[in-house]
Design a protein around this ligand. Structure first.
Ligand code: DGL
Length: 274
């Protein structure tokens, strides 16, 4: 059996392209449809109810592309909407990024002391702390919302004075104590592109992990378990959809993807009537 339908991936904006990139590398033959809800970004400052409603609308649109699986490439949406989406889309499998990110953090720590940075909404519901404690009940977890990182990354500012000053302001309090965490989970899709600056601030002794790679692994395993993997040998296609700002999506998305994305290849979709 070969299932050649695409995998649907969505995020509040461009950040989830870090997850898309990992999926592309691990699953070269799968077709991927990525939807960035640029019109309503950010999700990270909004209530669980609003983020869940937006997530249901974005996935409903992905279903019109006949997707065989949905990947929530957004930590905020994964934190609050994984349950409702799984229920609404059944039997189509839905994979979030929190559990894979927590798994990466637990695998990396030697001291059982993990720091998590994420959006305000992800921190508020304690999604990472819960997922980490499910895997490592004795782990000591500290969390910090770092919303400005999202704005900087969306602006394409991934290094320089402003990014470094912001990183110092957010991260120094977490790492100034002697017994500070040895692992930092980048619990937001936008943060991996800032990794160089974050590394400069926290020092080389701290392991930085994100959920992109482990999510791609989880997706591969779920495809195989459900008999949904393609057996095609041709390279899979990437299809980009956005609810607004095609030029910005292409320009900044290219930074996240590490490959040029042309604005003319980004299709505009309207979710308001979904
Ligand atoms: N995609 C969101 C996340 O990973 C960050 C951007 C936003 O706040 O919408 O949490």
């Amino acid at each position: 059996m070969s299932d050649n339908r695409p995998i649907g991936v969505f995020d509040s904006g461009i950040g989830g392209i870090t997850v898309l990139k990992a999926l592309r590398a691990r699953l070269p033959h799968e077709d991927l449809v990525y939807l960035g809800d640029m019109a309503r970004l950010p999700y990270g400052t909004k209530s669980a109810e609003t983020v869940t409603a937006y997530s249901l609308q974005t996935t409903k649109h992905l279903l019109t592309h006949d997707v065989k699986m949905v990947v929530i490439a957004c930590n905020t949406a994964s934190s609050v909407a994984l349950g409702p989406l799984t229920e609404a889309l059944a039997p189509i499998p839905v994979i979030g990024v929190i559990e894979p990110g927590a798994r990466a953090g637990v695998a990396a720590t030697k001291t059982n002391h993990i720091a998590v940075i994420a959006t305000e909404a992800t921190v508020r519901v304690g999604a990472y702390a819960r997922a980490i404690h499910a895997l490592a009940p004795d782990a000591h977890v500290v969390q910090e919302p770092c919303g400005l990182f999202v704005t900087l990354a969306e602006e394409g500012w991934i290094s320089g004075d402003v990014v470094e000053a912001t990183a110092r302001r957010y991260l120094t309090p977490l790492f100034k104590r002697k017994a500070s965490p040895d692992t930092l989970v980048l619990g937001c899709t936008h943060f991996p592109v800032l990794a160089k600056t974050i590394r400069k601030v926290v020092g080389r002794g701290v392991k930085l992990v994100d959920s992109a790679e482990t999510t791609a692994k989880a997706v591969e395993a779920a495809l195989n378990d459900a008999g949904l993997a393609t057996k095609r040998k041709a390279r899979g296609r990437n299809r980009f959809l956005a609810t607004d700002s095609r030029e910005r999506f292409a320009r900044v998305g290219g930074i996240f993807f590490g490959e040029v994305i042309k604005a003319k290849d980004v299709e505009l979709v309207d979710l308001r009537f979904n």
